[in-house]
Design a protein. Structure first.
Length: 427
């Protein structure tokens, strides 16, 4: 009996040694010479971790197709084994190649689009951080998932430093907000967002000693119908508040760049999470902002409302249009009433009669004066539903997709900028 147990232990030890050697060999970088590492991780809740997005990125191809210039936080190529609770559990998952939670991440698509735009001496370092089903308070400093994220950046910096490589964190992709919509925590999301951005800059600069500020490349959550109090045309409904704040941050904050809203994509089971193609596409859009940050371009705001003018019963909303002209698209996104626009009176009545396009401006005609009403876009959808078919959505986009496209799993997708959801009082 003892001999049998000993044999089993020997086999287990040999297996572990074999896995370690395989992991090391697979993870070894064969990059020679001086390199500059550009680290752009993604942080947030389940969207940042790719929950339910069945992986379509082939990790071997991710390494081979880009000459080894896409790496993880260990400067190697063993992707997809994230665990928010501890680095030890993460290591064991990597060791055993436990990939049940190896979902598609937006940063895979971002890195694939970004690497060809940069010099051959540049490496892109990507990895996820955060925790699913958490509010912004629960992922902020000093929460353990925030601390772990900072430790991962420190690990990446130290590994690069040991190789004699330069290391910089120009930006972090932000994907958090669903729980702050659905759980009604009644916190100051904008203040908390600014605080975590300040903490990122303080804590990461202490590690990397970089002078340049860290930017946020921000998505927008569209999980409005997941709130149990959600009712269509509810004047007092707060479900659009987080999306509105995210839009305002993107529009107004000098350190925040646009990624895009999530509603134009397919959601898994039409529920909460975008699918793998959606992760790939929104990551591809994040690459555009990342490249702009690296090149010190003008800050990219996406398709957002800039000014509202009221004249009698008509509202004119002037937009920032990245690639004119504006379009109403009912093919990529299922048509919403009034193309996603609402003007809600205090008695929960929508007073819109017509919505038209005029260059960079949307003209909304109402039954009466809209003063005191809520002007909304994308605050709609079937209860609990998400995505481009039946979730909160609108049909307004620019025309970037005519020239910018991405090919995923043998299919080509136009990469337009879709209008961010908004919800504000008409004054």
């Amino acid at each position: 009996m003892k001999k049998r147990i000993l044999q089993i232990l020997v086999v287990i030890c040999l297996l572990i040694i074999g896995l370690v050697l395989h992991d090391c060999i697979k993870g070894m970088t064969d990059l020679n010479g001086h390199k500059t590492v550009i680290c752009i991780p993604v942080f947030g809740q389940s969207y940042a971790l790719g929950e339910e997005a069945k992986r379509i990125t082939n990790f071997d191809s991710l390494r081979l197709n880009y000459d080894g210039r896409i790496v993880n936080e260990k400067m190697d190529y063993v992707f997809g084994y994230f665990d928010h609770s501890s680095q030890f559990k993460q290591y064991i998952k990597r060791l055993l190649h436990y990939d049940r939670k190896a979902f598609e991440l937006s940063v895979y698509g971002m890195a694939e689009a970004l690497v060809p735009q940069l010099g051959e001496d540049t490496i892109i370092c990507i990895f996820p951080g955060g925790h699913g089903q958490t509010t912004i308070t629960q992922v902020s400093k000093p929460d353990k998932c925030y601390n772990k994220f900072i430790k991962e950046i420190k690990r990446a910096y130290q590994t690069a430093n040991e190789k004699g490589w330069d290391f910089n964190v120009p930006a972090i992709c932000w994907m958090q907000g669903e729980s702050d919509i659905a759980e009604y925590p009644d916190t100051d999301y904008k203040m908390l967002f600014h605080q975590i951005l300040k903490d990122f800059n303080t804590d990461i600069k202490q590690i990397t000693h970089q002078e340049n500020d860290i930017r946020i490349i921000c998505y927008q959550s569209s999980a409005l119908t997941k709130g149990e109090r959600f009712k269509h045309n509810n004047f007092n409904g707060t479900e659009g508040r987080i999306a509105e704040i995210q839009m305002e941050l993107i529009r107004e904050d000098s350190l925040i760049w646009a990624m895009g809203p999530t509603y134009p994509y397919d959601f898994v089971r039409e529920a909460l999470h975008i699918d793998a193609v959606g992760q790939k596409r929104i990551g591809n859009l994040a690459a555009k902002s990342a490249l702009g940050i690296l090149r010190n371009d003008k800050r990219f705001k996406g398709l957002v409302p800039m000014k509202t003018i009221v004249n009698d019963n008509q509202i004119a909303i002037v937009f920032n249009v990245p690639t004119p002209p504006l379009c109403f698209d009912t093919i990529q996104v299922n048509k919403a009433d009034h193309y996603g626009f609402n003007v809600i009176r205090k008695d929960n009545t929508d007073i819109i009669t017509d919505v038209t396009l005029q260059n960079d401006t949307i003209l909304i005609t109402c039954k009466e004066s809209p003063i005191g009403c809520k002007i909304r876009y994308g605050v709609n959808g079937d209860y609990t539903k998400g995505g481009r078919l039946h979730g909160p959505r609108g049909n307004l986009r620019d025309s970037q997709g005519k020239n910018l496209k991405v090919r995923i799993a043998s299919k080509t997708y136009p990469q337009d900028n879709w209008c961010f959801i908004f919800d504000y009082l008409c004054k």
